[in-house]
Design a protein around this ligand. Structure first.
Ligand code: MG
Ligand code: MG
Length: 257
């Protein structure tokens, strides 16, 4: 059974959503050619701790950092490293916070310097596929409606959906039921209920859908070494329209909080 969250719980998760969103915006200000991914990680960890929260990824199943940073053909779960970002890279930054007993989780793929038109389209389509998925995350729909919305949009541009990884419920634990696949059939799967909190996170490859796991046991690469993008938001299922708990507005609109 998946227990919908109470409004008190959702209020605490909203605080996490804002913090994780602001952390991604802090990282985004630094993304540029010449910066190492370890520098991005350090800034994020400091920002999270300065706000009295804990970076939830650090130590999760032994993960060594506050952020997952995944460049170009790395889909997700890349380790921050001394890799120096280069003009034309795309870099996915996935961030989790633990604050007041609840979790926040969001990801954004940033262009580094000037990216080519194919990369720009991959980023735009992946982000829009996330919003299409969110539009389907309404009470009374089913989990497959979300995946169908993501998949049908992304594939209409010739891109492919990674099957091995998916979104998830979120709350006191970072990963709760249900799994939220980025592919699926309309009307299939569990029914969505008002108050369910889920992370929707399309992982979209420019080439084929196949992936492999790196030797470190974490980083997921595209098998054909095409580029991949990843965007994630935490939402509450509501009647009529999902409510966003995290947002890209701090990144894209430079809003103040
Ligand atoms: Mg995430
Ligand atoms: Mg997630």
């Amino acid at each position: 059974m998946i227990r919908p969250k109470t409004e008190e719980e959702i209020a605490l998760m909203r605080e996490n959503g804002i913090l994780v969103s602001r952390t991604l915006a802090e990282v985004g200000k630094l993304v540029a050619p010449g910066v190492t991914t370890l520098e991005l990680n350090r800034v994020a960890e400091t920002f999270i701790r300065d706000h009295g929260a804990v970076p939830s990824f650090l130590g999760y199943d032994g993960f060594p950092a506050a952020l997952c940073i995944s460049v170009n053909d790395v889909v997700v779960h890349g380790f921050p490293s001394d890799y120096v970002l280069r003009d034309g890279d795309i870099v996915s930054v996935d961030c989790g916070t633990f604050y007041k007993g609840y979790n926040g989780d969001s990801a954004y793929t940033f262009p580094v310097g000037e990216v080519d038109a194919d990369a720009r389209r991959l980023l735009d389509v992946t982000k829009e596929s996330l919003y299409r998925g969110i539009a389907a995350a309404v009470a009374g729909n089913r989990i497959g409606d979300i995946g169908h919305a993501v998949q049908s949009y992304a594939e209409s541009f010739g891109f492919s959906v990674v099957r091995e990884l998916e979104g998830h419920g979120i709350g006191k634990k970072m990963h709760e039921s249900p799994g939220v696949p980025n592919y699926g059939r309309k009307g299939q799967g569990i029914r969505l209920v008002d108050g369910m909190t889920i992370c929707i996170e399309p992982m979209i490859n420019a080439g084929a859908k196949d992936v492999y796991l790196a030797g470190n046991g974490w980083a997921v690469h595209t098998a054909d070494h095409s580029r991949a993008a990843h965007f994630e938001l935490t939402v509450v299922v509501r009647k009529g329209q999902a409510e966003l708990l995290s947002t890209f507005d701090f990144i894209e609109k430079d809003v103040k909080f």
